[in-house]
Design a protein around this ligand. Structure first.
Ligand code: 4AD
Ligand code: MG
Length: 480
């Protein structure tokens, strides 16, 4: 007898053949109705037990959380709520779950806070919310690869351990084989990394961009999709210390092409989720509506989840220069009434998430791509405009999320880049290879990075980034 998955059974016709299914008991009602879930779908399969035919001791072990194997016929359901159900002929207990113990966990059938679920992150994927989020996350990952593969990009694996700081921001985790208590010191009294494993200082990567650039300048179109690490002490609902980033890099492509790519890519993966995660999104939409009922009107989203996703794919992102954005922000109500925490007084100010969200949620009411930022607030590798003060950078800003993408056209002119590195104190001996690209057949090229968890947050409507990755790493927390 072939083992079946609940997702498939729920779509099949009743049949006289017996089937086998494995799963975890969600509930066992009236000594008769088992709600069984096997992770293949958000839906449970109802398995009906004729208790007269079963041992009392066996029935007692069919408890919430237990793993069981069920054999039976798929029949037309007598009850409401499902088309088919299993008429059980045999039950095997695979793994018991003691009801007294279950009571103390998130498996107990009650509403639990997301914070409590996070404490038991090893069990939370057994809940409807997390299984829906994680199935959607998986589909989105696949969509990312599908988009790039269909469009002629090569998937490139950039190193996790690096000797360079791609963003020049210095918020990195050190990688070392030295013992902190007895690390060798050099003549200046500092740790002597020449005696370390790599014989130099190394860190976990903050971005695969610089290495991706080297491959774009040979393969033409590449993308990375891997973990990145940031030691920034940001305890927010949108920051993780370990997150997954998607970074395409394209030779012979300028900033306009880069913006087109980002918009097309995001629309593709969001549409993929709409088409392939229908049941999970339906559940997550209802969950969000329930959560928002408890919030004041002003904080609720204007559209239900799936309508919001449809809106994203069917409308153009608004492209606005930094300079225009500053003018809008200067004149805005929250700025005039001093409601912003950081008031916008002059050109050159770095935008905070309150400003980004004002532009997206209040002013334009659609995704916004801001471009041509002041050179001083952006990274060294971004191409300088002819005005000498702005760079060809772009950020994609999303409702409820803020920045979802950061990218730029790269500085392809050797002299300009070298000067910029000098001015910004970027070590040229360490990045000689990056400068080399500008010496041997340099060309206009561009790319961006999209924070995968922020995308999953947007698509699933989850408010906290800790709830869209299996085991979040944040300041003070690396459990599991
Ligand atoms: O804007 P960022 O720092 O850009 C880069 O790293 C570039 N090197 C990318 C490139 O051009 N190839 O990061 C890119 C995106 C952000 O827009 C955000 O979505 C996400 O990565 N991100 C984070 N996501 C979760 N937690 C964090 N701490 C994040 N920091 C950035
Ligand atoms: Mg950024």
């Amino acid at each position: 007898m072939q083992t079946k998955y609940i997702k498939d059974l729920l779509q099949s016709e009743p049949s006289l053949h017996e089937v086998v299914i494995n799963g975890w008991v969600r509930s066992f009602r009236s000594n008769r109705f088992i709600a069984l879930n096997d992770g293949s779908t958000i839906k449970n399969l109802q398995c009906v037990v004729n208790f007269e035919n079963f041992e009392e001791t066996l029935l007692k072990k069919i408890t919430t959380g237990a793993a069981i194997k069920v054999v039976g016929n798929l029949v037309e359901s007598q009850g409401k709520g499902q088309n088919v159900e299993i008429q059980v002929s045999k039950v095997e207990i695979l793994g018991e779950a003691d009801p007294e113990e279950v009571k103390k966990t998130i498996l107990s059938p009650k509403r639990h806070s997301l914070e409590f679920l996070r404490e038991q992150a090893h069990l939370r994927v057994r809940t409807n919310t997390f299984s829906a989020v994680m199935r959607t996350r998986s589909k989105l990952s696949f969509a990312v690869h599908e988009y790039f593969q269909k469009n002629g990009f090569n998937y490139m694996h950039t190193p996790i351990i690096t000797g360079s700081d791609a963003e020049g921001a210095g918020e990195m985790f050190r990688v070392t084989g030295l013992d902190a208590k007895s690390a060798p010191l050099n003549e200046e009294g500092n740790v002597d990394y020449k005696q370390d494993f790599f014989e130099k200082e190394t860190n976990l990567t903050v971005s695969g961009q610089l290495e991706a650039e080297t491959y774009a300048m040979g393969l033409g179109k590449v993308y990375t999709f891997g973990p990145t690490f940031r030691a920034e002490n940001s305890n927010t609902s949108r920051h993780l210390a370990e997150f997954w980033m998607i970074e395409p890099e394209v030779a012979f492509c300028d900033l306009d092409g880069n913006m087109d790519l980002a918009e097309d890519f995001i629309k593709y993966v969001v549409n993929y989720a709409i088409e392939h995660c229908a049941e999970d999104l339906e559940f997550l939409e209802q969950r969000l509506l329930d959560v928002e009922k408890t919030k004041p009107q002003a904080e609720r989203s204007e559209m239900p989840l799936r309508e919001k996703l449809e809106f994203i794919i069917s409308n153009n992102f608004k492209r606005v220069s930094y300079t225009e954005a500053i003018e809008i922000l200067k004149r805005s109500k929250p700025n005039q009434k001093k409601k912003f925490k950081y008031l916008i007084n002059e050109w050159g100010a770095d935008l905070q998430s309150e400003h980004e969200r004002f532009l997206v949620e209040k002013h334009f009411k659609c995704p916004v791509i801001l471009f041509d930022y002041p050179a001083d607030i952006k990274s060294f590798y971004m191409r300088l405009n002819d005005d000498g003060k702005t760079v060809r950078a772009m950020d994609v800003l999303f409702p409820g999320i803020g920045e979802i993408v950061g990218g730029s056209q790269r500085e392809e002119r050797y002299d300009v880049l070298k000067q910029k590195m000098e001015d910004m104190g970027i070590p040229q001996d360490e990045l000689y290879w990056y400068l080399d690209l500008r010496k041997f057949g340099t060309a206009v090229h561009s790319g961006f990075g999209l924070g995968f968890e922020r995308l999953v947050q947007f698509v699933t409507g989850m408010g906290n980034i800790r709830d869209v990755i299996p085991y979040p790493r944040t300041p003070g927390n690396a459990s599991f």
